[in-house]
Design a protein around this ligand. Structure first.
Ligand code: CA
Length: 716
């Protein structure tokens, strides 16, 4: 642990110490604390509704509803809302942050984990902390090097870095007070999630289940950075004692040798929700590693606590309850989506619930006092299960979703009926607003799978990691990808209304007391809808996607709405084929902030399509190209995209100047010459012939794109 020392000192405390502890003294101390920036404590967070102009924690309140009580911006004046200010981030990689705003300061993070403090009224930079994450860490980030934001507590700003550090920054200066490493060296863990804080403890999870890790949540003392507890999502070696009773229960649901393949997955990489009434921390857990349960657990068992919502005592980490949304996961069905608490009246009874629109396509309403299912219904097309049995709480599977007979087309897929893009809930309308999508995937086991530390270990047939090259077939695939904003009635267990979008992978949502729902869309707009019926009320052309969760705050009597905007994140990396354009190198991400009468102008980027250069002549045989394609689809596709079509933020290899130069190409792919940019050596899994075969496959795909752009020359 690195300790920077400087503890906050509060004037008046020394004098108070000689007095007996009384309510008056405590009130004085609280008042003193409130003088500095980010002086947020549990009392202030629990009473967050008394400060509707602030957004002091990730989901605004401990309930994580992402509902703003502000109503100055509403249906009657949304037409007058314009850009107040914008702040350009330092990278063009994925923007997933939800800003925190308290006492006039906005705290945001961006890809590669830097933290910025901004004047929330003007966007002026107050300080920036750059943890200098080594770029080679990017290889271990399945879905971009994003970061979802900070937590604030008693004068400090807490943030986690992609390479597994938890950092406590002085809110005044941006200098670290302490830093702890929360993940082991030598394993492909990453952190993209925002920490949460309650009862003096900082909670942080981690990601890595696509690579094979043993997921866990850690709690640290917010003052000192000392580890308080750790809850492992999966059991360890079954021949040894487990860490706790919960894992003794969990290990009985496993078979096979998951513990020799990195640990079985389950990484809790995003959602958490703290219930101050019962001092309970709930968190969502990730998919199994590898995805294929046959390879992970001999095809048997529920594999606790994968794909679950888990509740623990916030002070000790002791297990309280769990609800597993996807028993024995086979599909990358993380259950890490937004966890929203609400008090609802269901069947005439007041119920304390926690809600999740899970990746697997079902919306769950769960009693948060005991983890029992109240209702669950599908909010998108689900063909892997027809329903959730209301008594057992288990999915009723249909067909052959576990691809036991070969290849199965499953809906939804690992992209999720809903992914990390935050959901919101309005207690005024009683509706949850889900960034939903229909994105199917083909699943099939990889007969040649063998666990390799540090690589993708999903045990899926790499032949499936491609798209049709026939134009009609590709168009059919694109048309099958749907995105929509779904307003869900959690009491009735059904959709109230929806808005169709132009494609999948749209932004998180914000619900406001002004009767609005804000959401960015993948077609480059930031929009507002009527929260009661979905009527489109406002749309701004922002030239890029806004996928992060929007938020709202008030300063000097004016309401602001903020959203992170930019390219990057999973679909923008792997799904270039669906974006239908090559935009060159996209601009850096931005924080966009709107208010009534805002007159700032967003600079219009140059979105001219860049022609594909003429590739070198193909000299390799068809067999070598086929080998290259399979190696590409095993090791390269997750960053460089299906069919070698890039989306801009990571180089599109069809444009590479190295395609005609075997030695130079190998210098990068095997020699690691661009490690400092994030392109590490793949010499541990590819040999010289493999690298040349990948290059031959890229020449083929570059030739295909070039011919499309030059039909006359190609003789078509
Ligand atoms: Ca996953």
């Amino acid at each position: 642990m690195i300790s920077g020392g400087s503890k906050l000192k509060f004037g008046g405390w020394r004098g108070a110490a000689i007095l007996s502890v009384s309510a008056a003294v405590l009130a004085l101390a609280a008042c003193e604390q409130n003088k500095g920036p980010a002086s947020v404590d549990e009392a202030r967070l629990v009473a967050a509704d008394k400060e509707p102009g602030a957004w002091m924690s990730h989901g605004r309140t401990y309930s994580e509803q992402r509902f703003s009580p502000l109503e100055k911006i509403n249906a009657s004046n949304i037409k007058d809302v314009g850009l107040a200010w914008q702040f350009q981030l330092s990278t063009n990689r994925g923007v997933e942050v939800t800003p925190i705003v308290v006492d006039g300061v906005m705290y945001v993070t961006s890809a590669w984990s830097p933290v910025y403090a901004l004047n929330a009224k003007t966007g002026e930079l107050l300080w920036k902390y750059d943890p200098e994450v080594p770029k080679e860490t990017g290889k271990f980030a399945c879905c971009d090097v994003a970061n979802r934001g900070v937590a604030v507590w008693k004068g400090r700003v807490y943030s986690a870095t992609l390479d597994g550090r938890l950092v406590a920054l002085n809110a005044k200066t941006g200098k670290p007070d302490w830093i702890v490493k929360t993940t082991p060296d030598g394993m492909p863990y990453t952190i993209t999630g925002a920490p949460r804080i309650a009862h003096g403890k900082v909670f942080i999870g981690n990601g890595g289940s696509e690579y094979g890790v043993r997921g866990y949540v850690s709690a640290y003392d917010a003052e000192t950075g000392k580890l308080a507890w750790r809850f492992y999502v999966t059991p360890g070696d079954p021949s040894k004692p487990q860490e706790n009773k919960a894992l003794e229960m969990a290990v009985k649901t496993w078979s096979g040798d998951w513990f020799k393949q990195g640990g079985g997955g389950g990484s809790p990489w995003d959602s958490m929700s703290y219930d101050p009434e019962t001092n309970t921390l709930m968190f969502g857990t990730g998919n199994g590693a590898p995805w294929d349960r046959v390879k992970r657990s001999a095809g048997k068992g529920d594999n606790l606590f994968l794909s679950s919502i888990v509740a623990v005592d916030a002070d000790t980490g002791a297990y309280k309850w769990h609800y597993q949304t996807t028993p024995g996961d086979d599909w990358d069905f993380d259950s890490t989506q937004t966890l929203i608490q609400a008090d609802l009246t269901i069947d005439g009874k007041p119920r304390k619930v926690v809600m999740q629109a899970a990746k697997n396509g079902f919306f769950y309403v769960i009693d948060r006092t005991d983890g029992k299912l109240i209702n669950a219904h599908n909010f998108v097309t689900t063909n892997w299960a027809t329903a959730i049995d209301p008594v057992s709480g288990r999915p009723i599977e249909s067909g052959d979703p576990r691809y036991t007979k070969g290849i199965s087309l499953v809906m939804p897929s690992g992209f999720g009926g809903h992914n990390w893009h935050p959901m919101s809930f309005s207690p005024k309308t009683g509706l949850a607003y889900i960034p939903a999508q229909d994105v199917p995937s083909a699943y099939g086991s990889d007969d040649h799978y063998a666990y390799k530390n540090g690589e993708w270990n999903v045990a899926q047939n790499p032949a499936l990691n491609t798209m049709p090259t026939d134009k009609k077939a590709l168009a059919a695939v694109k048309n099958s990808l749907k995105g929509k904003l779904v307003a869900w009635d959690p009491i009735a267990g059904k959709e109230a209304w929806h808005v169709d979008h132009k494609g999948p992978w749209n932004g998180g949502t914000l619900a406001t007391a002004g009767g609005l729902v804000f959401q960015g869309t993948i077609d480059g707009h930031f929009n507002a809808y009527d929260a009661s019926n979905g009527k489109p009320l406002w749309s701004q052309d922002i030239y890029t996607a806004a996928l992060a969760g929007p938020m709202s705050y008030e300063i000097d009597g004016e309401q602001y709405v903020a959203v992170g905007a930019g390219f990057g994140t999973l679909f923008y990396i792997i799904g270039g084929f669906a974006l239908d354009q090559h935009l060159g190198v996209p601009e850096n991400g931005r924080i966009l902030v709107y208010k009534i009468g805002g007159k700032a102008v967003l600079p219009k980027p140059n979105l001219t399509k860049i022609p594909v250069p003429q590739p070198p002549a193909q000299t390799a045989s068809a067999a070598v190209v086929a080998t290259g394609q399979m190696k590409y689809q095993t090791y390269c596709v997750y960053c460089h995209g299906y069919n070698a079509i890039g989306a801009g933020v990571i180089p599109d290899l069809r444009y590479s100047g190295l395609l005609g130069d075997s030695k130079a190409f190998k210098g990068v792919v095997l020699g690691g010459e661009r490690k400092s940019l994030g392109m590490v050596s793949f010499a541990s899994v590819l040999n010289d012939a493999d690298a040349d075969a990948v290059r031959a496959y890229l020449i083929q795909e570059a030739g295909r794109a070039y011919a499309d752009e030059h039909p006359a020359k190609a003789g078509k």
